[in-house]
Design a protein around this ligand. Sequence first.
Ligand code: SF4
Length: 579
Amino acid sequence: MNKILRVNMSKLKAKVSDAPEKYKHMGGRWLTDYIVCDEVDPLCNPIGPNNKVVFAPGIVTGTSAPSSGRLSVGGKSPLTGGIKEANAGTPFSQKLARLGYKAVVVEGQSKEKKYWLLKIDKDGAKFHPADEWVGKGLYEVFPLLFKKYGKDVGISAIGTAGERLLSSAGVCFNDIDNRPSRYAGRGGLGAVLGSKGLKFIVVDDKGAKGVDIVDHDAFKKGTAKLTEALTTHDITKPGGALNKYGTAVLVNIMNEAGGYPTRNFREGRFEGAAATSGEAILDICNERGGVGKTGHSCHPGCIIQCSNVYPRPDGTEHVSCLEYESDWAFGANCGIDDLDTIAELIWLSNDYGIDTIEAGGTIAVAMEAGLADFGDGPKAIELMEEIGKGTPLGHVLGSGAATTGEVFGVVRVPGVKGQNMPAYAPRAVKGIGVVYATSTMGADHTSGYTIAPEILGVGGEVDPLDADKAALARGFQEATAFIDATGYCLFIAFAVLDIPEGWEGTVESCNGVLGTDWTTDDIARIGREILDKELAFNKAAGFTKVHDRLPEFMKYEKLPPHNMVFDVPDEELDKVHGG
Ligand code: SF4
């Protein structure tokens, strides 16, 4: 896996070259960061001709390593104005890696207002017109594309939200069953692809020679150690919490902890939590029968299988997947306690090609503004449909929660650096608040999942209400940046934080692929290098320490039931990245 495919949308040319020596050991977020920092002006307009979108499979992606089919998508974010890495689990990534590509770099802009499909296979890459699919929902388009190109290809797409350059637009990928459902969702990179005129990438790995493994013995030993950790830890093992209930197993746990943001972060407990929990999803799958199931996965080779297929009352498919963040974004955060309504809102997001976290946060801010009442599911669906129709109101809503808050004069906008917060209340769980504040990505739980020790007792136990969290937030951000380079799913962290051999196996499997001699001591070093690169880009884009702060209302408004404000001092926040 040592090739780079450079896709010039201005000239409609695609060129394959060997990766420069300095990128040799990089993958995933590590590589997208380096290419973005090396090639993108931090001051460029994110939807102008000088931004780029970089796709990079992780280091072990495309091999038999468990739960490793992740893909990083990077660029300058239209939502935050800073560097962005959004991450998805999809067969697309595995196929790209097996064709030998370390990265695909999309640059320039289509001169006419036209859209293109790029087909990548073992013989190279070719452009095809894509205008016939413009303006259509992704649930209509994906089956047509698979019919045309074969069921074994991988597909990356933007929906109508990306065509309209909305800054909540994500980059969509097929899941294991070829649904348009796996998203590198955050930060608006779908709009950047829309600005370039690249609507689809189709990857066919037929005849691919696969990923080169330098040291098979190290790879085998490493993956065995990691597999052992994943199959024994209570959270990740088959039949364990994630496999049985899906990620929404967290709903009751976060609600019990008083850290489940409700009605646009007004409260930390939701009276409808049980009805929208992972346990309720499993019950509905069992009661309705048909296609509903938990234990589904986003790509082949995942041991954890945390995903699901949510059924309609007649047992036919409504949406896949209904996971914790999306469930919360359209559920508790909007005061909606009906899973069928939540499923429909997620389906609409997938169809339009929009990030569910940002969309749910936006609907909640719109409710705050009085456009709908909290808990009004039908009205929430109407607001989402405005985005789908591309009305002026839809353009505002599709531009994210911060823009919606500004347009409608809302003070309570729970975002950082323009990106809305995910499903953990920072006033009740201070460590995740420190991560939200200091992440290079804007408010992002996947930048450093301190919920593990603060709530779940994984990787130690830490008091969630304690404000002394700089070291915790730094350590988690570094470890996460490393995992995002490997291609492993972040959820391996649950197991490897408790089982040291799992961490060793993670590193050793990378050594096997690359021929390196890293130890677990290199995790923090590589993670730090990745974060420092991102910080440098953001600094050059105009970010300073004052951007590493939570919204003001969280400092004076107490969050029930703990009745706490966010009281982490600014000096503590500034310590995270050493400043
Ligand atoms: S644990 Fe879940 S999100 Fe991660 S790779 Fe497996 S199915 Fe995908």
